[in-house]
Design a protein around this ligand. Structure first.
Ligand SMILES: NC(=O)c1ccc[n+]([C@@H]2O[C@H](COP(=O)([O-])OP(=O)(O)OC[C@H]3O[C@@H](n4cnc5c(N)ncnc54)[C@H](OP(=O)(O)O)[C@@H]3O)[C@@H](O)[C@H]2O)c1
Length: 246
């Protein structure tokens, strides 16, 4: 068996950053792309660039997830749409940001899997790429965003078990900081924090993450790349904090 016959890919969050770059790469490799996102003008720009179908959707619209995606035969799911609202510690996070981040990064993420994976299992063919983060593997002082990506980590681990014997592969991609619109959205009301998060190091580029995704997809069928962690050389997660209580 081989993955040579993957035909269709659904990419969520295809309007910018990692999703956009991955949609382009998949199309270049001969896969038909279905690109999803909220910003119609960006989807139309992509459609001008590559041959693809576009679906304008707020991924938090559960009914639309099932009606739009449940009927498609998807071979590759790039489960990528995500936000970093509520990056502040939980005792400072805006309640609305808690909802936005958990609804987008966890609830919708699970409904997408529920809508798309049954077809993969039935056809015994498919590859799910779940976009996690190093924030889901190490503490980054963000219970909200880190917690949402921690959920992605355990979802991918459980999926691997659930999918055993089906021939469907699942990969979690865990990037460190990437130079995308992510930080504009996460810190739209706090430019100083955005600057602090994105300066002083050479960030990863969206191309680097797309390379990792394509590596997992193009691996021989016998090999499931379960997780890839990639960080800027100048960003190292981990360590311990010692702070005296004054
Ligand atoms: N950049 C980083 O440092 C970094 C690091 C680790 C992991 N990640 C993860 O990588 C993934 C992609 O982020 P990115 O860095 O490429 O950032 P990005 O450029 O801001 O892309 C985020 C994408 O998600 C889509 N999206 C967000 N909310 C949505 C919603 N409610 N409905 C539909 N689409 C929605 C956006 O599309 P619309 O706005 O058009 O809807 C956009 O296409 C996210 O899951 C993020 O958590 C990013």
């Amino acid at each position: 068996m081989s993955n040579i016959n993957y035909k269709n890919a659904l990419v969520t969050g295809a309007t910018s950053g990692i999703g956009l770059e991955t949609a382009i790469r998949l199309s270049e490799s001969g896969i038909h792309v279905i690109a999803a996102g909220r910003r119609k003008e960006k989807l139309l720009e992509l459609k001008n660039k590559i041959s693809c179908d576009i679906i304008e959707i707020d991924i938090r619209d559960q009914d639309k997830i099932y009606s739009e995606f449940g009927k498609l035969d998807i071979d590759i799911l790039i489960n990528n749409a995500g936000v970093g609202r509520g990056f502040a510690p939980i005792f400072q996070a805006e309640p609305e940001d808690i909802n936005t981040t958990t609804e987008t990064n966890i609830t919708s993420f699970l409904h997408l899997l529920r809508a798309v994976v049954p077809g993969m299992v039935k056809r015994k063919k498919g590859h799910i790429i779940n976009i996690g983060s190093i924030a889901g593997l190490y503490p980054v002082s963000s219970s909200v965003y880190g917690g949402s990506k921690g959920a992605v980590h355990m979802i991918n681990q459980n999926l691997r078990v659930e999918l055993s014997g089906t021939g469907v592969r699942a990969t979690e991609i865990c990037p460190g900081r990437v130079n995308t619109e992510f930080f504009d959205v996460a810190f739209s009301d706090n430019p100083d924090k955005k600057k602090q998060m994105t300066s002083g190091l050479n960030l990863l580029e969206q191309e680097d993450v797309a390379d990792a995704i394509m590596f997992a997809i193009n691996s021989p069928w016998r090999m499931n790349v379960s997780m890839i962690e990639l960080t800027p050389t100048e960003q190292v997660p981990g360590g311990s904090i010692i702070k005296k209580v004054e």
